[in-house]
Design a protein around this ligand. Structure first.
Ligand code: ADP
Length: 264
C-alpha cells in the first residue's frame, strides 16, 4: 500500500496544531503501472515483426538481390509478419472501443443461435484446415437478447477460434446454447453459451489471468497460432458490457469449457 502523506499548520477557533492527512494512492499507482506495462507490451509486440521485416528487406537489398527463389520466400514471410501486425492493431482498436463503450447499454436485439450458426459458417475454412468437427447444440427458438450484434459475434468467434486452435487437430468442439430461467448468479433470465474443447486443458494457476491483455500460457504456441494475446481480454470486456459473466473451467488432459452467461 502506498500513502501520500501531507502535513499542514492549521489554526482554528483560537487553537493551533499540525494537521496530518494520509491518502491511500495504491489504486492510482497500480493504474499507472498497468498503463506503463501495456505500452511496453504493445511496443514489444509491434517491434518483433517489424524487426524481422527489416532484416528481410536488408537481405533482399543486399546478399539476396536478384535471387528470385529467395525473394519469393522472404516476401511470403514478410507478408505473414505484416499480417500479424495488422491483426494486433485490429485487436487493439477493438479493445479500446469496447473499453470506452463499457457504460453504454447495447440496444439491438440479437438472435444468439443465428449468430452462432453464422460464425460457424464463416469459420468453415479454419475448421477444415484443422480437421475439427464443430458440434452445435442450439435451441429452436427464443434465443434473442438485447445486445450489440458485432460485439457478440466477436465473443463467439474468439471463443470458437481458441477452442479450435488450442483444442488440437482432429478433435471436436461443442457449442451449446441453453436457457437459464432465473439464473442464480445474474438473478434473472439468461442465455448460457458454452464452448467446450477436447484440448490439453489449462492449469488452474493460469485461469484467473487468461483475460488479462497479452497473458498467454505458452507465448510461443500462441504466436505460432497467430494469436495476439488480446482475444479473451476483448471477450471479457464485451461480456461485462452486456452485464454478463464469463466462467472458465478446465481439466488438464480433458479439455476446457468457456461459459458466457448473458442476461435477457
Ligand atoms: P491468444 O491470441 O494468445 O489466443 P487469448 O486472449 O485468446 O490470446 O487467450 C489467452 C491465452 O489463453 C492463450 O494464449 C492460451 O494460452 C490460453 N487459451 C485460450 N483459450 C484456450 C483453450 N480453449 N484451451 C487452452 N488454452 C487456451
Amino acid at each position: 500500500t502506498t500513502y501520500r502523506v501531507q502535513a499542514a499548520w492549521v489554526e482554528f477557533a483560537g487553537k493551533a496544531g499540525v494537521l496530518v492527512s494520509f491518502e491511500d494512492v495504491t489504486p492510482m499507482e497500480r493504474a499507472g503501472q498497468m498503463r506503463r506495462d501495456f505500452v511496453a507490451n504493445v511496443s514489444h509486440e509491434l517491434r518483433t515483426p517489424l524487426t524481422a521485416m527489416m532484416g528481410f528487406i536488408e537481405t533482399l537489398q543486399g546478399p539476396a538481390r536478384g535471387d528470385t527463389a529467395a525473394s519469393d520466400r522472404f516476401l511470403a514471410t514478410m507478408y505473414s509478419e505484416a499480417n500479424r501486425m495488422e491483426r494486433l492493431v485490429r485487436d487493439l482498436l477493438a479493445l479500446s472501443r469496447v473499453e470506452s463503450e463499457e457504460r453504454v447499454r447495447p440496444n439491438q436485439t440479437v438472435d444468439l443461435a443465428g449468430l452462432v450458426r453464422s460464425v460457424a459458417h464463416t469459420l468453415r475454412p479454419l475448421l477444415e484446415n484443422s480437421e475439427v468437427t464443430l458440434d452445435l447444440e442450439l435451441p429452436q427458438s427464443d434465443t434473442e437478447l438485447p445486445g450489440d450484434a458485432d460485439q457478440l459475434r466477436q465473443v463467439v468467434t474468439n471463443l470458437i477460434e481458441n477452442a479450435v486452435k488450442y483444442g488440437g487437430k482432429g478433435k471436436t468442439v461443442t457449442v451449446t446454447l441453453s436457457h437459464a430461467e432465473n439464473d442464480p448468479m445474474l438473478r434473472r433470465d439468461a442465455l448460457l453459451l458454452s464452448v467446450r474443447d477436447e484440448g490439453p486443458g489449462i492449469s488452474e494457476i493460469h485461469i484467473p489471468r487468461l483475460t488479462e491483455r497479452f497473458y498467454r500460457v505458452d507465448s510461443h504456441r500462441s504466436r505460432e497460432m497467430g494469436g495476439t494475446g488480446l482475444g479473451l481480454a476483448i471477450v471479457k470486456h464485451i461480456v461485462s458490457r452486456h452485464r454478463g459473466r464469463l466462467r472458465i473451467e478446465s481439466e488438464l488432459g480433458q479439455g476446457s469449457v468457456f461459459r458466457v452467461i448473458l442476461p435477457r
